[in-house]
Ligand binder design. Structure first.
Ligand SMILES: [Zn+2]
Length: 443
């Protein structure tokens, strides 16, 4: 008899879908976890003989997949869910969102909103999110206390807010936040210039320098609408993407959000420079922003990841729903039913997200050595029967309420559908408090 290896957790699944290698679906396999990392994935019987686990979790009706990565959020805006719906982007921003933010955004608003977002995301299988919002230090604190991974944006925008006065002030505060969280196990940072139309050339040039010096990604809304591209072309004599390329921003560090307006030449430039596209299909649909040419980008070899955007323009942070929308919309836009098949949608929500964030060595797939960011989805519900192909079932038929367990770095943050790190009653009470304030029902 061989000696057993002692580990922390052994998770048995009806299916294990590692995402890497692509297209692989393992049946009756188990994931061995120790010190926050995946040690091995092997058949359940073999795992039981090989490992002595402190905790054994049997999920025999479930698919185990990598934690979902939401690459574009404004988490605190979850407090503005349903606040100003059914309006065009610029009217929505200028007449509703920006004035409300000017009046109400504070460290407490950001902390409460980010905790609400973290609760929603963890409960729906999201284990990592990339954020862009004011008071990023409070975003980082909320994420760390919820035990969810976050790539927190050092936001830069040319106009003043309660958080900072001008681009230099935003950068100074962002860099201080970066220093404060350096080396944290869950929190990373990115530079987050809001958009080409809200950040000057001078600030963008500094951002290029800092991105290179600190080796952090640049998270930015780019080519969200046709109007944005037309007005910028008149102002600068070139389209925003060309301006970003001239400033040195079109690199593998760029996380370009939306990208609904792209010429064939621009798709070639994005591909040649290795930039990442963060596709937010439900936000684009809700704000009628246009359609990201996902199938054409993927055919050109561009890494396309998925994000929900803020809950004020979605209106949820549901990455399982976002996968389905992405798969369906890509087919409609391409006029091709083979565009973005289920396995690619799952890859966009996991491994491609990790790539966009520069974290693919650590996150995005179930591979020995990577972090144990794992979710279990119960596929036994009537709405997901029968199961021919669990990947197809997850993307096209399942809902986030079927997520039963979530581990981040090996720690169970959702256990049998219950959040273990967050006080839902308290978070809900705070949401009601902010709703009353934003709705002008109280001071
Ligand atoms: Zn956004």
């Amino acid at each position: 008899m061989t000696a057993t290896e002692t580990i922390d957790t052994l998770i048995h699944g009806r299916w294990v879908i590692p995402v890497e290698p692509a297209q692989q679906v393992l049946e009756h396999h188990a994931i061995a976890v120790a010190d926050g990392r995946i040690v091995a994935i092997c058949p359940s019987a073999e795992a039981t003989a090989r490992f002595s686990a402190r905790q054994v979790v049997n999920r025999d009706r479930h698919a185990l997949i990598p934690g979902l990565i939401n690459t574009h959020t404004h988490a605190a805006m979850t407090m503005m869910r349903g606040f100003a719906d059914d309006r065009p982007l610029m009217e929505w921003l200028q007449q509703h969102i920006w004035p409300a933010e000017k009046r109400w955004v504070s460290p407490a608003f950001v902390r409460d909103g980010t905790l609400l977002a973290a609760a929603e995301m963890l409960r729906g299988g999201v284990t990592c999110f990339a954020d862009m919002y004011f008071f990023p230090d409070d975003v980082a604190q909320a994420a760390a206390s919820a035990h969810i991974r976050a790539v927190v944006g050092m936001i830069v925008i040319d106009f003043p807010s309660a958080y900072a006065s001008d681009a230099d002030d935003y950068l100074r505060k962002g860099l201080a936040m970066h220093d404060a969280w350096r080396g944290h196990s869950l929190v990373r940072t990115a530079l987050a210039p809001h958009a080409p139309y809200t950040v000057s050339d001078a600030a963008l040039a500094r951002i290029v320098t800092y991105s290179n010096e600190l080796n952090v990604p640049v998270h930015m809304h780019v080519h969200e609408t046709e109007t944005e591209v037309r007005e910028a072309s008149q102002r600068h004599g070139m389209r925003p993407l060309e301006r970003l390329e001239r400033l040195g921003l079109l690199t593998p560090q760029l996380m370009a959000v939306h990208m609904t307006q792209l010429t064939a030449g621009e798709i070639d430039r994005v591909s040649a420079n290795g930039a990442n596209v963060l596709h937010c299909p439900e936000s684009n649909l809700k704000l009628a922003s246009g359609f990201c040419p996902v199938a054409r980008l993927q055919a050109a070899g561009v890494n396309v990841a998925l994000g929900t955007d803020g809950a004020a323009s979605n209106n949820d942070l549901d990455m399982i729903g976002e996968m389905r929308t992405a798969a369906l919309l890509a087919k409609g836009v391409a006029g091709d039913a083979t565009a973005v098949p289920a396995a690619i949608a799952l890859q966009m929500a996991t491994l491609n997200g990790a790539r966009a964030l520069g974290l693919e060595a650590k996150l995005g797939s179930l591979v020995a050595g990577k972090a144990a960011d794992i979710i279990a989805i119960d596929l036994s519900a009537v709405g997901t029967q029968p199961v021919f192909d669990p990947v197809s079932t997850i993307v096209y038929a399942s809902g986030r309420d079927q997520v039963t367990d979530v581990w981040v770095g090996g720690r169970d943050v959702v256990s049998d559908r219950k959040l273990t790190t967050l006080d839902v009653a308290d978070i809900t009470q705070r949401a009601a408090h902010w709703r009353d304030r934003l709705g002008n029902l109280g001071p």
